[in-house]
Every structure is written in structure tokens, then in C-alpha cells.
Design a protein around this ligand. Structure first.
Ligand SMILES: [Zn+2]
Length: 85
């Protein structure tokens, strides 16, 4: 069975490309038994749909150079990226 880490990667990939039948079966078998990954999938699908809606409704916002992350947010993201490696 897939690990939760593998499932989180597959869930992310599924937003950008079609999974193979085998990947889908493995994913759904894990999701049927793991509440955390089911919750993660629900959250990431929601975030993806909201982002796509924002890009569609206000494309300029995503490209506006005046819209910028706070330095705290940048530090937080950099820390998370470092933790992953
Ligand atoms: Zn899991």
C-alpha cells in the first residue's frame, strides 16, 4: 500500500495530469482507509479550485507586482522548503 507521503504527492500530481489506472486504484485504496489523506485531498482540491477561480476572475491580481507576500510569509515558506529537503 502507498505511504501517506506517496499519496500526498499523487494527489498533487492528479491536479496537473491524469493518473494511470493503477495509480488511481492505489490512491483510492489508501483514501478509503486514511482519514488524514482524505482530508488533505479535500483541502488541496478546494485550494486548487479557488486559485483557478481567482485566476479566471481577476487574472491581473496574480501578476500585479504591487501584490507581494509579507516578509514573515516569505520566511515561513523558505523554512518549510528547507525542512522538506
Ligand atoms: Zn494516508
Amino acid at each position: 500500500m502507498l505511504s501517506c507521503k506517496e499519496v500526498s504527492e499523487l494527489v498533487s500530481e492528479s491536479l496537473d495530469r491524469r493518473l494511470t489506472l493503477r495509480q488511481k486504484l492505489n490512491l483510492w485504496m489508501h483514501l478509503a482507509m486514511c482519514k488524514l489523506c482524505t482530508r488533505f485531498r479535500k483541502d488541496i482540491v478546494y485550494l486548487d479550485s479557488q486559485t483557478r477561480t481567482l485566476i479566471h476572475e481577476a487574472p491581473g491580481v496574480m501578476m500585479d507586482p504591487k501584490v507581494e507576500l509579507s516578509s514573515e510569509a516569505k520566511t515561513r515558506i523558505a523554512r518549510k522548503l528547507t525542512e522538506r529537503n
